[in-house]
Design a protein around this ligand. Structure first.
Ligand code: RIB
Ligand code: CA
Length: 309
């Protein structure tokens, strides 16, 4: 069996972040979890990461990070993830809390102690930007920064132009995209192709396990939002895509592109501007951008992770 990639998950649980933790527990070698404010407040994202750690019986550290963006107003997504972040899923309060409130220091320390880790941010990029400020050399020590965020082909969810993780802290995203780190971007143009809903939830409920039941509840809540918002019977499972892009890269179609983050635009603040002009593209091709994936295979991997948990 090939070695499972060693990853650090930086997240804002968050319904789909919770799914990503399940996927990471099964398919990656999860080194640790850092949390950031995003979908909901930091106290909830951190408690939810600790709840998922206990649900999955993981022995990994959880370190709390930034309470808000580098500059500007704070954005939340309570309407998508519920008041405390896991929708209608109620998990016991964690017996073990966060191992520190210094996610940034832990990111720097851990990537110094071990080169070649994959950093997988699936929330606003505040912690990652602060860690790169504290130690720019982190960009050269990680195997990748594989992030769920942004979008190619002008797809937005929070605004017509911007995706939530980038929109919630555009300055942080701009610093990450201007770093020399090896970036891979799983944007909305990709994640909207990978959709799960109540039908998958009903299968999870047949597993007769706490994780199966939790996933069924997460999917039920998530679908309800998307049925109301998008009139679809399923919803894009954004965050697991970033984990699986590290563990199963052969299932994705990537193209190298120049990508810039707009921080000033009246209508475009938080947009990831992907230069699609081919030979005429300007600037360094700083990011591998995902355009396609074997969505069915990805969904099977998520379902297997739930089944095997
Ligand atoms: O735009 C989708 C992203 O924003 C996902 O990571 C979701 O969890 C929210 O953080
Ligand atoms: Ca997230």
């Amino acid at each position: 069996m090939t070695e499972r990639p060693r990853i650090i998950l930086d997240c804002d649980p968050g319904v789909d972040d919770a799914m990503a933790i399940i996927a990471a527990a099964r398919w990656a070698d999860l080194v640790g979890i850092t949390t950031v404010a995003g979908n909901v407040e930091l106290e909830h994202t951190t408690a939810n990461a600790c709840r998922m750690r206990e649900l999955l019986g993981l022995d990994v550290e959880v370190h709390a990070g930034a309470e808000g963006p580098l500059v500007g107003a704070q954005e939340f997504a309570h309407e998508v993830h519920g008041a405390t972040g896991l929708g209608s899923l109620v998990l016991p309060d964690p017996a073990r809390g966060a191992d520190s409130d210094d996610a940034v220091g832990w990111l720097v320390e851990t990537t110094r102690a071990e080169e070649g880790l994959h950093l997988v941010p699936i929330g606003p990029l505040t912690n990652v930007a602060l860690a790169l400020r504290a130690d720019p050399g982190m960009a050269d020590r990680v195997s990748s920064i594989t992030l769920m965020g942004g979008a190619a082909l002008s797809v937005g969810n929070v605004t017509a132009a911007a995706e939530f993780n980038v929109y919630a802290d555009p300055e942080a995203a701009d610093e990450v995209f201007r770093s020399s780190a090896p970036l891979t971007m799983l944007g909305l143009n990709l994640t909207h192709q990978v959709r799960m809903g109540s039908a998958h939830g009903r299968v999870c409920a047949t597993f007769g396990t706490p994780v199966g039941d939790a996933m069924a509840e997460l999917l039920e809540f998530y679908t309800t939002f998307h049925v109301a918002e998008e009139e679809t019977e399923d919803g894009p499972v954004h965050d697991p895509c970033a984990v699986l892009a590290v563990t199963h890269p052969h299932l994705f179609d990537m193209e190298s592109r120049p990508v810039h983050v707009e921080v000033d635009g009246t209508h475009t603040r938080g947009m990831t501007v992907v230069d699609e002009r081919g030979p005429r593209a300007e600037g360094p091709h700083n990011c591998d951008v995902a355009y396609g994936a074997d969505a069915e295979a990805l969904i099977d991997l998520v379902m297997q992770a739930v089944r095997d948990a």
